[in-house]
Design a protein around this ligand. Structure first.
Ligand code: XLS
Ligand code: NI
Ligand code: NI
Length: 448
């Protein structure tokens, strides 16, 4: 049965006609590079919400999406039908993983009991499809931000009933994670923050957030669900200020509330930009703290301020992200690249979902190829080592070893002249470094 009017996406390579249409130019799933198959380096995942549920609304306009399952008018019929469309989509695209929120899958009922019953029916169908297709779940999560009950947050809501409801929803979501074999479990605190400090008990709210994370981990242990737990930082939007602002803030929170042994981070490109960082910065911070868990692949737009979740296409950014991944040896213990991305509102045709994933997968595959080559040639490694080489001997070595006191450093510095200190520095030739990176991108991808 062909649910999508598209053939299985082939790898056509870089030699193919530039205008050849649907095909991967850089992503060749089973090709071994840097000691691993590309599919194992990248572990691409399709996000259920953006791919199958997103209607392409924006703050000023209704949805424009045309989807082949729009013909199902009953919400439950549509939810069940979508599973078939989804699994054919995964197969045609050639990905191994999916991600979903509980509410992506099935409509809510009036009570949590009814909602769970709807959800379980769809999950049954997903589990069936997993058996025949071998598809794996990179992560699942609970949507605790869309329904009006979450107006003031979920775990951080000032209303105890909402905390209780969120915990109950989470419990079921963890059980589903176990059923589908999720390798990770994500928490994105969409409304875990505040609109105004004047009416907010920030300390209490953060304690409550930590409490729910601990409850989740304890319950996961209890039921034998051994997914890697991940927190996904985002500075704002929809909430004015979110507590898990960026990687560094979230790491501090994790350490304060004793979560850093059991939780790692899921980092997203567009969120990094909203926090005033690059994607690479966020990945670097997590990696150096030993807390890199997984990646949400998307990018922002310089000209539009909000989280527009575009499919990644910027090779410079994907190269930088993959450089950090190559440095780490893998995305994370069990991480992958989940396309938390959607087409622009003007790309409303069903096949645009394929084009979006193709450009995203190709961009990260290209980034991987470039990063591996840069790493192999030790271009940046040598450059960085050289830049810090003064710490290897003399006063630098004494600073490193802790031997040098403030008095020693004063003694060493007191009679140094202006010129001595100028001579101690040297140009970092940053423009040349950038030219080298460009050259790597162009020559590696051009096959030279
Ligand atoms: C929203 C987030 C969300 C999480 C999952 O901005 O990126 O999609 O990844 O709840
Ligand atoms: Ni996002
Ligand atoms: Ni995300």
């Amino acid at each position: 049965m062909a649910y999508w009017n598209v053939d299985k996406v082939p790898y056509v390579g870089t030699g193919a006609d530039l205008k050849s249409g649907l095909g991967f130019h850089y992503y060749n799933a089973d090709e071994v590079i840097g000691g691993k198959k590309m599919r194992d380096w990248l572990r691409f995942s399709v996000a259920y919400w953006h791919t199958f549920d997103q209607r392409l609304v924006d703050p000023f306009g209704d949805g424009t999406a045309i989807r082949p399952y729009d013909k199902y008018t009953d919400p439950m019929d549509q939810a069940l039908a979508k599973v078939d469309y989804a699994f054919e989509f995964y197969d045609k695209l050639g990905v191994d993983y999916l991600c979903f929120h509980d509410r992506d899958l099935a409509p809510e009922g009036d009570t949590l009991r009814q909602t769970n019953a709807n959800l379980d029916k769809v999950v049954d169908k997903i589990v069936e499809n997993q058996k025949t297709s071998g598809m794996k779940v990179l992560w699942n999560t609970a949507n605790m931000f869309t329904n009006p009950r979450f107006v003031a947050g979920a775990a951080t809501s000032p209303y105890a009933d909402v905390f209780a409801y969120s915990a109950a929803q989470l419990k079921h979501s963890l059980e589903i994670g176990k059923r589908v074999g999720s390798e990770n479990y994500v928490f994105w605190g969409g409304r875990e923050g505040y609109e105004s400090l004047w009416n907010t008990d920030m300390k209490k709210e953060q304690e409550h957030a930590a409490k729910l994370f601990h409850l989740a981990k304890d319950y996961a242990n209890e039921i034998g669900f051994d997914a890697q737990m991940l927190l996904e930082p985002k500075p704002k939007e929809p909430t004015t200020h979110q507590y898990d602002f960026d990687a560094a803030t979230t790491i501090a929170f994790m350490k304060e509330y004793d979560l850093d042994k059991d939780f790692k981070l899921n980092l997203e490109g567009n969120h990094a930009n909203l926090a005033g960082h690059t994607y690479q910065h966020e990945i670097r911070v997590a990696r150096e703290a030993g807390l890199l868990g997984s990646l949400d692949a998307n990018e922002g737009d310089k000209l539009i301020g909000w989280d527009i979740d575009e499919y990644p296409s910027n090779l410079y950014e994907t190269t930088a992200a993959m450089y950090e991944v190559v440095e780490q040896g893998s995305i994370g213990p069990r991480g992958g690249l989940n396309f938390d991305a959607k087409p622009r509102r003007s790309s409303f045709a069903p096949e645009d979902l394929f084009y979006g994933h193709i450009v995203g997968m190709d961009s990260f595959a290209a980034g991987l190829r470039v990063a591996l080559k840069m790493k192999e040639d030790k271009v940046l490694e040598n450059l960085v080592a050289d830049r810090y080489s003064s710490y290897q001997s003399g006063i630098g070595a004494d600073i490193e070893s802790g031997k040098a006191s403030l008095a020693d450093l004063e003694n060493y510095s007191l009679d140094k002249t202006q010129k001595d200190l100028r001579d101690a520095t040297s140009s970092d030739h940053l423009e040349q470094v950038k030219d080298t990176i460009n050259h790597y991108i162009v020559s590696v991808l051009g096959g030279k």
